[in-house]
Design a binder for this molecule. Structure first.
Ligand code: NAI
Length: 253
């Protein structure tokens, strides 16, 4: 018995990093998972490994910045598993560290299309699915401590993640009475592809020590975030709504 037995989850950005860990831990807790990533080979590899251990998962090529892909992703999960209970909007890009004086319109739009508009579209699809079918559901957004505070990250990334914080809180507030919960996770520095891009920041004029304020005792592992996602997806967090859980080892405390 797992705490997500027979639940159906969609996890975006699950070919690597935190999304992969979230999918793995969800399966361990009994969930069926659609792994949605634009790295379809990577997602298939994760899915095959999980299925060989008895998991029920499927991989799908999805670009979260494309509206049609969001619709197909949801429809596919329903076709495969009968419904959707949990949506994890985890796919994201960092794509540069420019401050506002240097940001181009193109970079801004690219980061927002993936990190913010993609999340909004998936949330809209999920909420309408649950309302139309008289079902309850839960949404978890992978945000960032850079979506709560000023940080040594690019302005487009920080602003895109602050927007997801607002999306999370507004949607939780607006749909709480319908039994829809929406929460976020704000990871600090986690060892993933994106995480390693943050360790080489000297070209942007600041060091990792500045990035972490020297407070974090260690960098995070993807499973550190996965365990928080399992809690937020489960009934054990049924009274937690509209909250962003910071998982950063104390970095921003
Ligand atoms: P990662 O690079 O290992 O994983 C991101 C995944 O998203 C990849 O599998 C990638 O193929 C996928 N992806 C990227 N663009 C996509 C798109 N348009 N459509 C579908 N899939 C797409 O990086 P990580 O760190 O696991 O990132 C997960 C989330 O965590 C992101 O939203 C990121 O902004 C956030 N985050 C990461 C931190 C870190 O230190 N690693 C810190 C705070 C937040």
């Amino acid at each position: 018995m797992g705490i997500l037995d027979n639940k159906v989850a969609i996890v975006t950005g699950s070919a690597s990093g935190m999304g992969k860990a979230i999918a793995e831990l969800f399966v361990k807790e009994g969930a069926n998972v659609l792994l949605a990533d634009f790295n379809s080979d990577g997602a298939k590899e994760v899915s095959d490994a999980l299925n060989s251990q008895g998991g029920k998962t499927e991989a799908m090529k999805v670009d979260v910045s494309q509206a049609d892909d969001i619709h197909s992703m949801f429809d596919k999960a329903v076709e495969l598993f009968g419904t959707v209970d949990i949506l994890v909007n985890n796919a994201g890009i960092m794509d540069g560290f420019e401050p506002v004086g240097e940001i181009s319109d193109e970079r801004w739009d690219k980061v927002f299309d993936v990190n913010t508009k993609g999340v909004m579209r998936a949330m809209r699809k999920a909420v309408n699915y649950w309302l139309d079918n008289d079902r309850k559901g839960t949404i978890i957004n992978t945000i960032s401590t850079g979506g709560l505070n000023g940080a040594h990250a690019g302005v487009a990334y920080g602003a895109s993640k602050h927007a997801v914080t607002a999306l999370t809180k507004n949607t939780a507030f607006m749909y709480a009475e319908k039994g829809i919960r929406v929460n976020g996770i704000a990871p600090g520095a986690v060892e993933t592809n994106i995480g390693s891009s943050m360790t080489n920041m000297s070209e942007f004029g600041f060091s990792r020590a500045q990035l972490t304020h020297g407070l974090s005792p260690r960098s995070g592992k993807p499973d550190d975030i996965g365990h928080v996602a399992v809690f937020l997806a489960s009934e054990e967090s049924s009274f937690v709504n509209g909250t962003i859980i910071v998982a950063d080892g104390g970095w921003t405390s």
